[in-house]
Design a protein around this ligand. Structure first.
Ligand code: NG1
Ligand code: MG
Length: 523
C-alpha cells in the first residue's frame, strides 16, 4: 500500500518536474526561492521540501472518528528551503525562520530540553498562532523522535525560508502542508530521512499538528504526503493507516473540480472550543454511549472509543480489521448502525443532551464521565449533539464508499459512452450535495456564505457542490463539466456578493479549477 513507500527525494529538478508536471511554472518558483535564500542567508539552501495543500472531495469530519475519507492533493503547495548553519553549542538546534511573504515576520527560536523528562520543548501558543508555530510544530516530532536520547547527538542549527501558494484559512489545509514541509525540512537537514516511509511521515505530521491546538484526524497530512497525480486518495485509519489511490472520472468524463473560496476565514484554532474540538468530543462521547446502550463489548483498552470501533463491534469485526479492500462488510455494518442511531435522540425540546444525561446513558458516574470525555480537550457546551453528529458520521462514511465505488466502476469501463460519463458525474454530484446538506444541518459546520456559494454553484450548473475542510468558512468544491467552467466562474463572480468587482488574477485567486497533484517530496 502507498503508505509503505519511501518519501521521494529528487537529486535533479528535471526528474522532479516531470513527476509534478507544469515544469516551467515550478522551475520559476524554485529558482526564485533559491535566489532569495542566498540573498538572505549568504549561501545556497541544502534542501528544498515541498508539501501540497489538499481538497477533500468527500468525507467531512469523519477522519477523527477513524472512517475513510477521499481527499486529493492540489497543485498549490508550500516550499521550504533550508540549510544547516555552522554554530557553537549555544546554537544547538537554533532556527532562523523567514517567510517570503512580508506579512509573516522573521522568527528565531531554539528548542530546550526539559530538565525532568528530557523531552524537547518549543513554546507554541495555540491561542495566538503565528506562522512559525507550524514550523515549530514540524520540528517538535523530529526532536522528540530522533534526538530524545542525548547519545543521538544534538540537532543542527538551521536557516529556513518558506514560500507558499496555499491560501491560509481557506479549507485547503495550508496548516498540514506547512507542518509536513517543516517536518521534512528538519528531517533532511539533520540527515534523518533515510528509512522514513510515507506512512511514518504522516504519523509524525499528525502528532505535530495536534501541538497547534486542533485535535485533527490524519486526512490532511495523508493527502499532502501520499497523493499521486490525477487521483484522489482513499485514506482509512482503522485499524491502521491505509491509503489507496482512486482514479477520478474527471479526465475521461471531461469534468473539473472547481474550488471557490467563500472569503470567510475559517478560524479553526480560535473557535476550536465550540466548533472543531467540540465535534471531536461529541463523537467520542457518542461512541461510548452507543457501546453501553447497545450492549456492545467494552474493551480493556477502551479509553475514548471512536465511532469506527463501535461500527466494527456492531458487525463483529476481527481485531485485525476487515480487509481494507473489502468494503461490503463495512457498508453492511454502517447500515446496521444507522438503524440504531435513534437511541441517541433525547426526549423533550432539545436535540442535544447534557453531561449528566450522557453519563447516565453511558452507565457512568458523572464526574468520571466528565473527566474522561469532556475535560480532555478544552471545549464549551451545555448540550452535546450526539444524535445529529453521529447520524452525519455514519451517512457520510457510506457516501465516501459510494463515491469511491462510482469512480472505480467508471475507471473499469474500457470506453465509457457519453451517457455513462454523464451518469457518473451526476452520481458524484448527488453525493457531494448530500454531504453538504448534512454538514449544514446535522454537523452544523457550514455558515451562511458557504450555504449560499454552494447554492449558486448548483444553479450555475455544477453536478454537485459542497464545503471542503473543516467548514465554518474557507472553500467550496464543485464538480463542473470542463466546457462549462468559464461560464460557471462568471456566474459565481456575478452572483456571489463577496466576489463583486473581482476580475483577472484577483478572481483566479479565489475561484480556480484544480487537477489532483502529487504528494510531498524533497530535493
Ligand atoms: P482543515 O480545516 O481543512 O485543515 C480539518 C482537519 C481534518 C478534517 C477536516 C474536516 C486539521 C489539520 N485538519 O481540515 O483532519 O477533520 O477538518 O473533515 O485540523
Ligand atoms: Mg488545517
Amino acid at each position: 500500500m502507498a503508505a509503505e513507500l519511501p518519501i521521494p527525494i529528487y537529486t535533479s529538478l528535471d526528474q522532479l518536474y516531470s513527476d509534478l508536471g507544469d515544469a516551467a511554472n515550478h522551475a520559476v518558483r524554485w529558482n526564485a526561492l533559491v535566489e532569495e535564500f542566498e540573498a538572505r542567508f549568504g549561501r545556497k539552501p541544502a534542501y528544498i521540501a515541498r508539501a501540497p495543500g489538499r481538497v477533500n472531495l468527500i468525507g467531512e469530519h469523519i477522519d477523527y472518528a477513524l472512517f475513510g475519507v477521499l481527499p486529493a492533493a492540489v497543485e498549490r503547495d508550500i516550499l521550504i528551503a533550508c540549510a544547516p548553519r555552522a554554530g557553537g553549542a549555544d546554537l544547538d538546534g537554533g532556527v532562523r525562520a523567514q517567510n517570503v511573504a512580508a506579512q509573516y515576520t522573521p522568527a528565531e527560536f531554539a528548542p530546550a530540553r526539559g530538565a525532568q523528562d528530557g523531552q524537547w520543548f518549543l513554546a507554541i501558543d495555540p491561542k495566538a498562532l503565528r506562522w512559525e508555530s507550524y514550523v515549530k510544530a514540524g520540528y517538535y516530532g523530529v526532536l522528540n523522535t530522533f534526538f530524545d536520547d542525548p547519545a543521538e547527538g544534538v540537532p543542527v542549527p538551521i536557516d529556513i525560508l518558506v514560500t507558499g501558494t496555499v491560501p491560509a484559512g481557506s479549507g485547503l489545509s495550508s496548516s498540514a502542508a506547512m507542518v509536513v514541509a517543516s517536518t521534512l525540512a528538519f528531517l533532511a537537514a539533520n540527515d534523518r530521512l533515510a528509512g522514513m516511509t510515507k506512512g511514518r511521515l504522516v504519523g509524525m505530521a499528525v502528532q505535530n499538528e495536534i501541538r497547534v491546538g486542533v485535535n485533527s484526524g490524519g486526512m490532511d497530512q495523508a493527502a499532502s504526503v501520499i497523493s499521486t497525480p490525477a487521483s484522489a486518495l482513499h485514506v482509512s485509519f482503522y485499524p491502521r493507516l491505509h491509503a489507496a489511490p482512486t482514479t477520478l472520472p474527471t479526465t475521461r468524463a471531461r469534468a473539473s473540480f472547481v474550488l471557490a473560496n467563500s472569503r470567510v476565514t475559517s478560524q479553526k484554532a480560535a473557535h476550536a472550543r465550540t466548533r472543531y474540538n467540540l465535534r471531536v468530543v461529541e463523537t467520542r462521547a457518542a461512541a461510548r454511549v452507543l457501546i453501553h446502550k447497545l450492549g456492545l463489548p467494552l474493551k480493556a483498552e477502551d479509553e475514548r472509543p471512536t465511532l469506527r470501533e463501535v461500527v466494527g463491534r456492531l458487525g463483529s469485526e476481527p481485531d485485525e480489521g476487515w480487509a481494507p479492500e473489502d468494503k461490503s462488510v463495512l457498508r453492511a455494518a454502517l447500515r446496521k448502525a444507522l438503524e440504531v442511531v435513534d437511541v441517541l435522540k433525547p426526549e423533550g425540546e432539545h436535540t442535544g443532551v447534557t453531561v449528566e444525561t450522557m453519563a447516565e446513558w453511558a452507565g457512568m458516574d458523572v464526574g468520571a464521565f466528565r473527566r474522561l470525555f469532556v475535560d480532555w480537550i478544552d471545549v464549551e457546551a451545555t448540550y452535546f449533539e450526539l444524535y445529529k453528529r453521529t447520524r452525519h458520521v455514519f451517512e457520510e462514511a457510506l457516501r465516501v464508499l459510494a463515491f469511491r465505488d462510482a469512480c472505480a466502476t467508471f475507471a473499469a469501463s474500457p470506453s465509457p459512452s457519453p451517457a455513462e460519463s454523464e451518469a457518473v458525474l451526476k452520481e458524484l454530484g448527488r453525493l457531494m450535495d448530500a454531504s453538504m446538506e448534512s454538514c449544514s444541518t446535522l454537523y452544523e459546520c457550514s455558515c451562511p456564505e458557504l450555504d449560499e456559494l454552494t447554492a449558486i454553484a448548483r444553479r450555475a450548473g455544477a453536478y454537485g457542490s459542497r464545503l471542503t475542510g473543516a467548514g465554518w468558512g474557507g472553500c467550496t468544491v464543485s464538480l463542473v463539466a470542463e466546457a462549462a467552467v468559464p461560464a460557471f466562474i462568471e456566474t459565481l463572480q456575478r452572483e456571489y456578493a463577496p466576489y463583486a468587482g473581482l476580475e483577472g488574477a484577483a478572481l483566479a485567486e479565489v475561484v480556480f479549477a484544480t487537477k489532483p497533484s502529487a504528494g510531498a517530496c524533497g530535493e
